[in-house]
Structure formats: C-alpha cells, structure tokens
Design a protein around this ligand. Structure first.
Ligand code: UD1
Length: 446
C-alpha cells in the first residue's frame, strides 16, 4: 500500500491507494532471495523506543506499511523518525528523547494492530496513557484482556471507555505475572512496561517466539535488565532509564517461510539471511512434499521436483509449533499437491478468509469447526480475487504463481503490511507479477 498522512483541519486523513497484483501463472522461480528484517520484531522494538531517552538506529529496516504506521504514532507522541541510506537497504533513525504526549488516537491506532504495544511503553515512560483499541488485519476477535490483566498486576489502574484504554501507572512496581495464555503481544507489552518499573517482574508462561528474544536483546542493548526470553520465565529488573543504541532486528521467519513454500511449489530458490532454526516445523513439513532441501544455519535451498506430494497435516500452535502466520500459504501449496492435506487453525477463529478466494481459483477445500481438508488438484486457474488479510494475501500470490492463466489480486495494501515489495522479489526470480497502481478511496479508518 502507498500510504501518506495529512493533518487536515486537525484531523488525520489517510489516503489509501488500493493497488492490485496482476500475475501470469506458470513461470518457474529460480535464483537467490534475501529475507528482510522481521516485521514482528520491528513493531514491538519501535514501541520500545518510546522508553528510550537517546537516539536509536535500527539497521536494515524495510518500509513495511505497518512500520510506517508505527513511525506515525511515535511522531504523534513527539518522537522523530527518519529513514536514511544504510549499508544494506535503509536504516531507521528514531529519537524519542522529547516525547511529551501520552495518547494514541483512533485515527492512528486503527491502521496497525501493534499500536497496542505502545500502551506499556507510554505508561512506563509518561506515567499515564490513553490508547485507542487497535486495528489491524481482520483475522478474529483479537481481545487484549491478557495485556490489560498484566498491566493491572504491575499496579496500574486501567479504565476501558469509549474505545480507549486509560491507564494510570504512577505507582508501578515489579510483580509476578502469570499469563493465562502465551500471547505474543501481551508478553511484549508487559516486558516493556516492567523495564522502568521499580523492582523485579517475573512473567510466567510468556510467549517464546524468536521476536520476544529479539525485543529482549534490543531493550538490553539500551540498558534494560531482562533475562529468560525464549524460555517459560522472563525476569525483568527495573532500571531508571534507557539509553540509545544501534540494533539490527532478526530476519523475518514468515517472509522466509513464504519463499520456502514458493520454492516447494514452483522453483529452485536459495533463500538467504534466514535463521533456519526458526522455521523447523515448516521445513519438516516441506521435506515431506518431495522437494529437495539443503539447509544451512543462515540460508536454505529449496527445489521443487515436479508436482508436490501432500505434506499431510499441520496444526497451528504457539512457537515452536507451526506458525499461524504460515497457515494460509500452506493452503496454496496443499491446493496443488498430490493427495489430501489436513489444516487445523487453533489461534485465530476467522483466519480462513483466503479459502473463499482459493475456491474461486478452482481449489477443492472443505472446512468444519476450524478443521479443513484440501484435496490437491493437478491444476488451479487464474481468477480475480481479493486479499482478505496480510498472510491470506500472500497465499493468493503463491496460488497465482502456479495457476493456469492470469490472476488479479485486489487489496494488496494488506500484503504490504508485512512484505516489502514482494512483487519485485518475485519478478527478480522469474515470476510474472506486476503491481497495478490505483487510487480508489480516501479513508480515515472509521
Ligand atoms: C502476534 C503476531 C501475529 C501472529 C500472532 C500469533 C506481531 C506484531 N503479530 O500477534 O503476526 O499471528 O502473534 O503468533 O507480533 N489473545 C487473547 N487476549 C489477549 C491477547 C491475545 O485472547 O489479550 C488471543 C488472541 O485472540 C489469539 C491468541 O491469543 O487468539 C494469540 O494472540 P497473540 O499471541 O497475542 O497475537 P498478537 O500478539 O496479536
């Protein structure tokens, strides 16, 4: 998506360009692709910058539209953000020394789910916060009760009124927090809140995703004292202040996984800058599809050798289980594989909106109560489809690449949330994919 914001009569207006992808299916993908820094690391790290009274330089930051939206939130709070030329791609400079506001209005929060990650850091830094309920991809209810329970546990008063969370954290202090579920966002929010709280906080049953470890490493590089991320107990000893740093986020395991699936479907890809041990579940499943895999620590070569065989069954789970963020892409693979595949989604109840679009392309999928059976077809066919959400959109791109004929994917600004110029990367590998620019609406997320 191309997004830009204008402050018009005191109100933020978001001009939204609803681009489309036009894909001619059937080309084999060959070559090298370099994976970008992880969107799901950058977003909490950007929120974490609110705590930092110094200059931060984040190396190699792609302009995901979710990252741009978080930058707008930091600027609204009084921070400064600027992209500058880096050794590889662009670096992002952030200066939150002069943050003076404590609110995130609906106009900004509605553009990115991760806006809720700012609640802990604003409260930790400013003592009070007023943050709107978040927007983001429509993949289910996505409540924030676990975030709020943890924040209250640390001594903050929280009032939920008219779509806003009002929090008063003037008496914050470290505490033991037991998460009722290992929520990624709640773990990150509570970690960030605890960084400047007096005393020790222990988070029991936290999420163990690699992005949590990355957030810990970033905050520690700013002077925080956090241990245990990646395990089932995180311990945070409060410090008085955080200082600036230079940091590079880990590579994006979901972008890497998407290209691995593309390789298994229709190519021979060398995928570079990837921590392959972050994708072990996926690699195990792909090794059952008859593709050839050469795995190294930081790169992987995946070669399709004819029609894939079904990977059998996947069931999404918290890390290190199969990631829900790769579930949709596995539907594209299953749709053209030989045999039946079973896909079970356990994390987000409406994360199946891509199925209706894949059916338009001739896929054979049946679902009941979150359990889907895909009967692989020898061929699927190009059609006009609409990206329902970020990862669902990526699955349509994969399907379009192998479909007979041409596919138009509308609403690709949802794909831009977490893939930076995916069409350029795929074209460089031989895919026939073009972006059609189209200004269609002006939206303020009402
Ligand atoms: C993060 C990722 C997202 C990924 C998801 C699960 C980022 C920016 N996004 O999202 O890409 O799909 O993890 O791996 O890192 N829940 C509650 N109450 C809460 C919080 C969560 O019930 O307070 C539920 C959610 O509705 C969902 C499940 O817990 O069913 C997982 O959510 P969570 O781990 O919090 O995901 P996010 O942090 O939103």
């Amino acid at each position: 998506m191309s997004l830009f914001f204008a402050n018009f009569l005191g109100r933020f207006i978001i001009y939204s360009y609803m681009d489309s992808f036009y894909i001619v299916g059937g080309n084999r993908l060959e070559g090298e692709v370099v994976i970008d820094s992880a969107k799901n690391s950058l977003l909490p790290i950007l929120a974490g910058c609110i705590l930092v009274e110094g200059e931060v330089l984040l190396k190699n930051v792609p302009r995901y539209s979710d990252v741009l939206a978080m930058c707008k939130i930091l600027e609204h709070l009084g921070g400064k953000t600027r992209f500058i030329k880096g050794e590889v791609g662009e670096d992002l400079y952030i200066d939150c020394r002069d943050i003076s506001y404590n609110d995130v209005p609906n106009e900004l929060a509605c553009t990115v789910r991760s806006s809720i990650f700012t609640l802990g850091p604003i409260l930790g830094r400013m003592g009070t916060a007023k943050v709107s309920y978040p927007g983001g991809c429509d993949i289910g209810l996505r409540p924030i009760d676990i975030h709020l329970a943890g924040i209250k546990q640390l001594g903050s008063k929280v009032v939920d009124k008219n779509g806003y969370i009002y929090a008063d954290g003037l008496k914050l202090k470290g505490e033991d927090v037991m998460l009722s579920f290992s929520s990624v966002g709640a773990t990150e929010n509570i970690m960030m809140l605890a960084v400047l709280a007096k005393g020790q906080t222990r988070i029991f049953n936290p999420a163990r995703e690699p992005e949590i470890v990355d957030l810990q490493n970033f905050l520690n590089s700013c002077g925080a004292s956090i241990t245990g991320a990646g395990s089932n107990l995180i311990v945070i000893n409060g410090v008085k202040k955080l200082h600036g740093t230079t940091y590079q986020a880990i590579s994006d395991r979901i972008e890497a996984g998407t290209f691995m699936i593309a390789g298994a479907m229709c190519g021979k890809l060398e995928i570079k800058n990837v921590a392959t041990d972050h994708n072990l579940e996926l690699i195990t499943k792909l090794s059952q599809t008859a593709c050839k895999i050469e795995r190294y620590n930081d790169r992987i070569i995946i070669e399709n050798r004819g029609r894939p065989i079904s990977f059998g069954e996947i069931e999404t789970a918290v890390y290190p289980g199969f990631p829900t963020d790769l579930q949709a892409q596995m539907f594209a693979l299953a749709s053209v594989s030989e045999g039946y595949s079973l896909i079970i989604e356990n994390l987000f109840e409406s994360r199946f909106k891509h199925i209706g679009e894949l059916l338009k392309m001739g896929a054979d999928i049946r679902c009941k109560n979150g359990v889907c059976i895909v009967k692989g077809k020898e061929k699927i066919y190009g059609a006009e489809v609409t990206a329902p959400d970020l990862r669902g959109g990526a699955s349509l791109v994969l399907a379009g690449l192998v479909a007979e004929g041409y596919t138009t994917i509308n609403n690709v600004e949802l794909i831009d949330r977490g893939y930076f110029r995916i069409e350029d990367k795929l074209s460089a590998l031989g895919g026939d994919i073009k972006r059609i620019k189209c200004e269609k609406k002006v939206d303020n997320c009402s």
